[in-house]
Structures are given as C-alpha cells and as structure tokens.
Design a binder for this molecule. Structure first.
Ligand code: HEC
Length: 146
C-alpha cells in the first residue's frame, strides 16, 4: 500500500527530487527494495528455477540503472539517522567514493543491457554486478541487519 502510494506519487509529481526532499530515507530504501525484488528474479533465472527471459533481464538492468542515477541525491546531511535507515556514517565521510560507486553501478547495468543475450552472458553480468556493485557497496556502507 505504502509502496503503491509512493510509486503513484512519484509518477504524479514526475520528480523524484520532490519526494526526496520530503523523505530521502524512504525514497532510497524504496529504490533499493526494487533492486532487491529484481535481483530475486535474476537469482531464480540463474539457478534455473525459472527459465531465462531476456525481457526480464533487461528490465532488471534498467531498474538498476535508474536506481543508480537517483540514489546519489538521496543522502543529504540531514538523513544520517531516522526512518530505520541502514546507511552507515562512513557514507558521509567518503561521499566521493560512495557516489563513484553509483556511477560504476549505472555503467555496469547499462553495459549489461547490451552484452546480455542468453543465460551464459546473463550469469556473467549478473554475478559481476552482484559481487562488485551491490556486494561491494553494502559491505562498506550498509549496516548488516542480521
Ligand atoms: C553504491 C552503494 C550501493 C549499491 C551499488 C547497491 N546498494 Fe543496496 N543499499 C545501499 C545502502 C546505503 C542501503 C541502505 C539504505 C538505507 O537504509 O538508508 C542499501 C539497501 C538495500 C536494500 C534494503 C532496502 C530496504 O528495504 O531498506 C536492498 C534489498 C538492496 N540494497 C539491494 C541492492 C541490490 C540488489 C543491489 C545491486 C543490484 C544494490 N543494493 C546496490 C547501497 C548500495
């Protein structure tokens, strides 16, 4: 429900900035949750639980790219705490590195949209993004919740 409202609000306003001004923590968590939902579909395809589907893979990489472009604006100084955030304070101490990681994430997702043609090329691209982009950033900048 809340997520549906967020999505509709974002479409209606046509500007994620407006949403970000209101609640950057909720906005960045929603973008990341979308990444996680897409990645689950990717994992299922990789394991052979669902058949490889190029359209789904393309949508996944497009979601990643979109998130990578929007995320850097969602970490103002005022958003270090609150909203049950799992962001570590290291983000604000290393903002250049943090932002550069999102740039790389966007480039990798964009490249994957072009390079992925079949299950093998999907596995290669998805593994690399999962390890280097998602995993690398979470390791350094996200509080482990369990
Ligand atoms: C450059 C850094 C960075 C990259 C790249 C990144 N994340 Fe995240 N991710 C974060 C941070 C920081 C948080 C915590 C945000 C918060 O709680 O304020 C997070 C949170 C999450 C969450 C929890 C969302 C929630 O419900 O609160 C999921 C799921 C997630 N990321 C999935 C992914 C996946 C999948 C990828 C790769 C496809 C990815 N992330 C790439 C930094 C990153």
């Amino acid at each position: 429900m809340i997520r549906t409202m967020f999505t509709i609000a974002a479409i209606a306003l046509g500007a994620s900035i407006a949403v970000a001004d209101q609640d950057p923590v909720a906005a960045r968590r929603a973008l990341m949750k979308a990444n996680g939902d897409e990645a689950k579909i990717g994992v299922a395809m990789m394991k052979g639980e669902t058949p490889f589907d190029l359209a789904k893979a393309q949508k996944m990489f497009a979601t990643f790219e979109d998130a990578a472009q929007k995320m850097p604006a969602l970490f103002p100084e005022t958003s270090k705490t609150g909203g049950d955030t799992a962001a570590r304070l290291e983000i604000w101490q290393n903002m250049d590195d943090f932002r550069a990681r999102f740039d790389k994430f966007a480039v990798d997702a964009e490249a994957a949209k072009v390079s992925v043609k079949d299950l093998d090329s999907f596995k290669a691209a998805f593994n690399a993004i999962g390890k280097n982009d998602c995993g690398g950033c979470h390791e350094k900048y996200r509080v482990k919740k369990s």
